[in-house]
Write a protein that binds this ligand. Sequence first.
Ligand SMILES: *[C@@H]1O[C@H](CO)[C@@H](O)[C@H](O)[C@H]1NC(C)=O
Ligand SMILES: *[C@@H]1O[C@H](CO)[C@@H](O)[C@H](O)[C@H]1NC(C)=O
Length: 399
Amino acid sequence: MRLSAFTVLLPILSYLDGATAWGAVGHEVVATIAQMYLHPTVLPKLCEILDFAPGECHIASVATWADQHRMQMRWSASLHYVGALDDYPSKTCAFPGSRGWAGSRQINVLDGIRNTSSLLQGWVNHDVNDDVAEEALKFLIHFVGDMHQPLHLTGRDRGGNSVKVRFGRRVTNLHSLWDGFLIAKAVREVPRNYSRPLPYPKVERALRGTIYDSYIRRLLWEGLLNPWATEAESWLGCPTPSTTDGSLSSSGLLGMMHNAYYYTGKLVQSIIKDGVEIIPDSDTICPYAWSKPIHELNCDLIWPKEIDEPPYNTVSFDDSFGHDHSHGDHEVFMEDESKSPLLNLDTPEYAGRVYREMIIEKLLAQGGIRLAGLLNYLFADYDEDTFGPRRPFITTLNV
Ligand SMILES: *[C@@H]1O[C@H](CO)[C@@H](O)[C@H](O)[C@H]1NC(C)=O
Ligand SMILES: *[C@@H]1O[C@H](CO)[C@@H](O)[C@H](O)[C@H]1NC(C)=O
């Protein structure tokens, strides 16, 4: 089949215009990195669940499924984020504040990770059917990506969707800037030497010939394989629960419900007044602990101080709970249509710092490592007698 220039160019343009990118590049980068670190017994099981022909199986190809089907699954919209109430002013950076979490009970990204993990554990134990497992796996791959977009962890201004900003000549909002514009620019500016394969067969096998392959090689070479190599394992760790109550470590759906009840009844009710509770972390799967430092980026970096001061603080403030954003449907204007001045974030202090400190690359790397860790934990053939208690782990790229 011959592809016209149009069919070839269209996906490239929509990737790079920035409007869809944590909806596409970000999610697919996370899944591609995860695929590199899977235990050899895991990918065949994922391919079976996803009903891929062997040899054509890549988890990145389903990484945006949950966004693409958002309209048909309106019930799932609030599963893509968690809104911490009262998590600003930035000084305290509460996660969440005293009123807890916005939204409905168990309908948020952190609980979604626990829920889908439990369902997949059920599939391994033959308690859950293939269709349910397929949906759960596609959601899990997506949720781990969403959890590593810091603006999916705050309830402020609908996750930044209500905050108009400028990025160079373009007008967008803070959420879209982090979903797409910053990644798109980073992808465009990868040095040419990364178009050559890296001497790691596992890396090259997981790359799919996309426009962001070079970006992933750079993330690995300048991040995961070098400065972050020693800390990557620690991204999978969970804090030991501070209570000695053994119920915190129980796993599976029933254990999860029990824990939620335990916390609601005994501990959290006295603290949280208006908000909902989330499922407490277990000692092997701990989305709350993993997301806490990611949320802190909102306070340290993502919300520029100027946004709270004149003249930029005049942008209308919308305190509704939901993020209510749909990927690919962001406001992107070439011309500034509003009268109020807009803060430009394509500056050395803002975008420059994000690039210098490899902030986005590190988030994507953490997402990839955690997704691999969870999938290995759930699916790897694993001998507990030899290796000790099962927990999330990754394989090395050095073979
Ligand atoms: C749990 O996952 C299942 C399957 O994907 C979904 O139908 C259900 O709505 C989810 N529930 C929560 C609370 O996330
Ligand atoms: C690519 O070039 C940069 C300098 O522009 C260098 O720091 C990096 O190590 C090179 N990467 C590879 C894989 O050779």
